[in-house]
Design a binder for this molecule. Structure first.
Ligand SMILES: C[S@@+](CC[C@H](N)C(=O)[O-])C[C@H]1O[C@@H](n2cnc3c(N)ncnc32)[C@H](O)[C@@H]1O
Length: 248
C-alpha cells in the first residue's frame, strides 16, 4: 500500500503545546516536528481509553499525555523502567499513568486489541533491525482503527543525515541506531490499513547545531523548507526527520 507523504504546518492542536516539556533535550529547531507529532497523539480522544508508549525513557511524554487525558490509562514501557522519587510523584498525581520494564519486541503481556494508541519518540531507529517483528506485535495489541505513531525519526534519504550519521556510527557514537528509509514504512503497511509520513528539515537539519539565541535563523530556514515542500512535493522524501502514523 502506498504511503502518504506530508509536511504539516501550523496551527497545531493546542494540547500539543502543553506536552512540549516532554521533548527534553531535543533541539528547539525541531519544535514544529514535535508539535505536529504531539497533535497526532491527541487525534483520538483517549478519555476512558488505553495508550502504550514504547522506548519511553524517563517517561516525560507519557506523563504529558496522561495530563492531557486524565481519564486515559497510559503505560510507559522501556527496557529500563522509569523509577525514582520524581516518577513516584508523577504516578501519584496521575493515577492513570504507570511505567513498566519490557521489550518493545515482546508485547505478549498485553491482550489482543487492547490499545487505542501505541507510540514512540526517537524510538523506531533503535528498533529498525526488525520492523516487521515490531509491527506484528503492535498490530496484535491495537484495536481496529487504533494508531501506531512514531515521532522524531532520522531519514537516510537526506544526504546530510546519511553523511553525518555515517561518521558518528563509524566513531561508535550511535550504538543500536539506524537511519530509516521509506521502503521500510511501505513494507510495514502490510500490517496496517494506512500510513502517513510527516517530513521536516530539508535544509533545516544543520539548524540543530544553532543555539537558542539564533532561533530566528532556525525559524527562517523552517519557513524556506515549508515553501520548498509546498512548491516541490517531490522533495518531501528528502526530509531529514519524520513522524510516522500507521492506522490499523
Ligand atoms: C533515544 S531514547 C528515547 C527515549 C524517549 N522516548 C525520549 O524521547 O526521550 C531510546 C530509548 O529506547 C529504549 N529502547 C531501546 N530498545 C528497546 C526495546 N527493544 N524495547 C524497549 N525499549 C527500548 C532505550 O532504553 C532508550 O530509553
Amino acid at each position: 500500500m502506498p504511503i502518504q507523504l506530508k509536511h504539516p504546518e501550523a496551527p497545531f492542536d493546542s494540547r500539543a503545546e502543553v506536552m512540549m516539556p516532554g521533548v527534553g533535550g531535543f533541539p528547539p529547531s525541531d519544535r514544529p516536528l514535535f508539535l505536529a507529532g504531539y497533535s497526532e497523539l491527541c487525534r483520538i480522544d483517549l478519555s476512558g481509553k488505553r495508550a502504550l508508549e514504547i522506548c519511553g525513557g524517563f517517561g516525560k511524554l507519557a506523563a504529558g499525555l496522561a495530563e492531557t487525558f486524565p481519564h486515559a490509562e497510559v503505560i510507559g514501557l522501556d527496557l529500563y523502567a522509569a523509577s525514582g522519587p520524581e516518577i513516584e510523584e508523577r504516578m501519584k498525581r496521575l493515577p492513570g499513568l504507570s511505567y513498566v520494564a519490557g521489550d518493545a519486541f515482546d508485547l505478549s503481556a498485553y491482550e489482543e486489541a487492547s490499545f487505542d494508541l501505541v507510540w514512540g519518540q526517537a524510538a523506531l531507529h533503535h528498533l529498525a533491525h526488525d520492523i516487521d517483528g515490531l509491527c506484528v506485535q503492535v498490530s496484535r495489541v491495537l484495536k481496529p482503527g487504533g494508531r501506531f505513531v512514531f515521532i522524531f525519526e532520522p531519514m537516510g534519504h537526506n544526504l546530510l543525515v546519511a553523511a553525518i550519521r555515517a561518521v558518528r556510527m563509524a566513531q561508535g557514537e550511535l550504538g543500536d541506531e539506524s537511519n530509516l528509509y521509506l521502503s521500510q514504512f511501505e513494507r510495514a503497511t502490510s500490517h496496517f490499513s494506512s500510513c502517513e509520513v510527516q517530513m521536516f528539515n530539508l535544509l533545516g537539519y544543520p539548524m540543530k547545531g544553532v543555539s537558542d539565541r539564533f532561533k530566528f535563523l532556525s525559524s527562517a530556514v523552517h519557513r524556506i523548507d515549508s515553501w520548498l515542500f509546498r512548491k516541490f512535493p517531490k522533495l518531501l522524501r528528502y526530509g531529514a526527520n519524520c513522524n510516522v502514523i500507521f492506522t490499523k
